[in-house]
Write a protein that binds this ligand. Structure first.
Ligand SMILES: [Zn+2]
Length: 317
């Protein structure tokens, strides 16, 4: 690894783990987003030094055009990302992939829909269906969180339900394997893996040392997805942060495994759901970003999930 690349990965990992605050989105500067190189033709951003920190988008520039994965939360952010891409290449953005149906990742589709020629918006069938049914509510919710000004002009642009596991995606000069996980971080999470680059783009599935958010996901489904992704020989993993598998996948899985272990022990020893948090204190993760309030909410949700399963398995009395 070159010195510059090592410094970039360290910086990106650090910034990727910084908080995504409401203010950081609302106050985003109007200039181009910062895009940093991961490999020849491959960039991630924004990882503005000391500035706004968002889940990074991935940009792949190939002779066949430009691929963007997870463009961001709103029209303004998408336009900044396009401006940053324009500083790197005049090639058209031909593909925008939505890895999962969460508004902070997909609503900047609106900016890319303004481009001529218009890119193809791609997602798994389940992500596309979820966006169709939920994006109206998600847009209203994000406007309530970030303020109407931050979401000004942001419209809903739905992807085509065309990504499938058995069909690699050739886009941005890269051949991507497509992995789709139902009920993991969200209802449907798509990860793209480029074997030639040993690069994994894992969307919301990997959070590094930030407490993952189980609100819209499944403890068991998420663990299974991360175990599957762990088996890939990826050297660079892009998720909520950018780093190695050791920096990104391993901590997220360790947290979920620990929650699962402690809940099962609690259920086996007759702990009441009302006392779940005492049974699953999460001590080892208390210093992680988002621990309060996310851990307590995760325990509530995961307890219900595992209790259901435990009751179904329990012999009838
Ligand atoms: Zn998400």
């Amino acid at each position: 690894m070159t010195g510059a690349r090592r410094v970039f990965l360290q910086r990106a990992a650090r910034l990727g783990l910084a908080a995504l605050s409401v203010d950081s989105v609302a106050a985003a500067a109007p200039g181009p987003a910062a895009l940093s190189p991961l490999a020849p033709g491959i960039y991630a951003g924004p990882v503005d030094d000391g500035g706004p920190s968002l889940s990074p988008s991935l940009v792949a520039i190939g002779r066949d055009g430009v691929l963007v994965i997870d463009p961001g939360p709103n029209l303004r952010h998408g336009r900044r990302l396009i401006a940053a891409i324009r500083r790197l290449t005049a090639l058209p953005v031909r593909w925008v992939v939505n890895s999962h149906p969460h508004p902070r990742q997909v609503l900047a589709n609106a900016a890319f829909a303004e481009l001529q020629p218009r890119p193809a918006f791609l997602a798994s069938p389940a992500t596309a269906a979820r966006m169709r049914s939920r994006c109206d509510a998600c847009l209203r919710q994000l406007a309530a969180e970030l303020g109407a000004a931050a979401m000004a002009g942001t419209t809903i642009v739905l992807p085509r339900p065309v990504l499938r596991e058995d069909t690699p995606l050739q886009a941005g000069g890269v051949r991507w394997q497509v992995r789709i996980f139902a009920n993991a971080h969200s209802a449907s999470d798509t990860a793209l893996y480029a074997p030639a680059l040993r690069l994994l783009c894992a969307g919301g599935l990997v959070t590094g040392q930030c407490v993952p958010d189980l609100r819209d996901g499944s403890l068991m489904g998420w663990r299974a997805a991360l175990r599957a992704l762990s088996a890939l020989p990826a050297t660079t993993v892009v998720g909520d942060g950018i780093g190695t598998a050791q920096q990104n996948i391993v901590p997220t899985l360790a947290y979920l495994d620990s929650v699962e272990h402690d809940i099962r022990q609690g259920l086996a020893t007759g702990v009441d759901a009302a006392d779940a948090l005492q049974a699953v204190p999460g001590e080892a993760f208390r210093h992680w970003r988002g621990f309060v309030p996310r851990h307590a909410l995760n325990v509530q949700r995961a307890w219900l999930e595992l209790e259901d399963e435990w009751m179904r398995r329990a012999p009838a009395r």
